[in-house]
Design a protein around this ligand. Sequence first.
Ligand code: X8Z
Ligand code: ZN
Length: 608
Amino acid sequence: MKKIILTGLTAAILFSCSSPKSDTAENATTTEMTAVQQEAQTFLDEYSTTYQDLYTKSAEAEWASNTKIVEGDSTNAMATRRANEAYAAFTGSVENIEQARKFLEQKEQLTPIQVKQFEAILYAAANNPQTVPDVVKARIKAETEQTEKLYGYDFKLNGKSVTTNDIDNILKTENDVKKRLAAWNASKEVGPGLKTGLLNLRDLRNKTVQSLGYDDYFTYQASDYGMTRAEMMDMMEQINKELLPLYRELHTYARYELAKKYGEKQVPDYLPAHWLPNRWGQDWSPMVEVKGIDLDGVLKTKGDKWLVEQAERFYVSLGFDKLPESFYTKSSLYPLPPNAGYKKNNHASAWHMDLDKDVRCLMSVEPNAEWYETTHHELGHIYYYITYTNPDVPVLLRGGANRAYHEAIGSLMGLAAMQKPFLAELQLIDKNTQTDEVQTLLKEALSYVTFIPFAAGVMSEWEHDFYAKNLPADQLNKRWWELAKKYQGMVPPTARGENYLDAATKTHINDDAAQYYDYAMSYVILFQLHDHIAKNILKQNPHATNYYGNKEVGKFLHDIMYPGASADWRKMLKDKTGEELSARAMVAYFQPLMDYLKEQNKGRKYTM
Ligand code: X8Z
Ligand code: ZN
């Protein structure tokens, strides 16, 4: 999850990312500017100063709210509400909206980067319009309460408090189906208490953005890509379609293999949700152990601190700076001790506190393979923040080329950090170990490919229906499981009525709403980037790369991140990879697995 950086990317005018210096905020103040441009710049400079200040105050308050949740004490929540109200009052002020609109009416006379900043101002305004101040205030209140409920929740298993890390570990390793079921059920207990709040948030989020002319909140979020709601859903359908042949094979394979593993004679047509090693069935990779690679085992001996420092070392090896000291002193990186007396948000996130040098992570790192990947992912956000914090990128455009790019960089590094030559370089495995390439690829597919139906299918379509179609309150869970069956081929262990709200157990449904397609798109992009890096920079097999220490790879990533949201994301992809956004590279990467899976699945029943 990323903090509330708001960037409007609907500009038709392209910004050349190969020569970012030509249009800098600094240069913009030179005498070469026309009178209109100077007037615009004066406004932008003043706006940006206040914006940065209020953004920072909001981030600080949110940080406190997310890192220290004390039952019955709403001090942090109150402070967050106040800070977010001040931020909203400014970004959504009628005067700012009018000014931005006025300047955009003469956009031909402005520089491209000025246009982008005015669009960013309007985009931010639409989330907080002071034309409907009461709606915005109510939304802020509801958001803060929802976060507290979600992360203040005390998960219980067999009457004992457990963390989500505990639940995840059971789902990853337990062979006793009854124990799995208990853990899965425990993980869904947080849902019902979030229902009223989520329904309220739906109405408030929709009403907020409707005030500035968006149809609904989903449409608003999609517009950040310069896309309509329908275009976004078409793109998701396309991605799902391209990966379906492989997913069908994985699905069939998993049903039969898991039935064997759990000693079930009858192979089910659809995967029972509690059979999978993840609370939402979004990542199945723990199902497979590759002989010779015991990442969980070796990471345990290294310890949690090593994971974070190693991820940093990887980025540094590519030529990025070391993390600022403040990253380590101000972040919240590890689980709280059980006797802490308070809770924290247990979902990993990266924060750009002041849109400048203060960058932090909120994580609960444990020394295992999942957190190893997540740590690389989060540091991707951090290095993105650090890289676009430069004099050429104005404060208002300190965001990703789009949100999916922001997600892609760290996930790409996570993928690279798992490949065998890299693991051998780090001595996490013996370099002479013979490993089975097909099993390795299978493990990767169980992570990256199985994610697509969840992200591009279930999450995106459910939120689409929730916001754009006003899904009725008595059909929320029904729709969730319909979609899980349709896209993931997954069913709940027992009937799940509307007394549950299983969608709301997913963080993003509550606090990163209507944006989950970012992740689906980010996987597609990451394989495009990886394909290019492996073939054209490293000249290595994409299945067995070692990015470590390669400054050219570092420069490639640096150049993508440097212009932040001042870049046009489509042009960036074309310039950097020669391709439009496409699942081609992802499909090609896993192609060698198809023959193996078809062979394994011979004679088995396909149900998708
Ligand atoms: O939420 C995240 C990151 C933070 S941006 C840990 N991810 C998605 C998820 O956990 O559902 C990364 C991949 C998918
Ligand atoms: Zn992320």
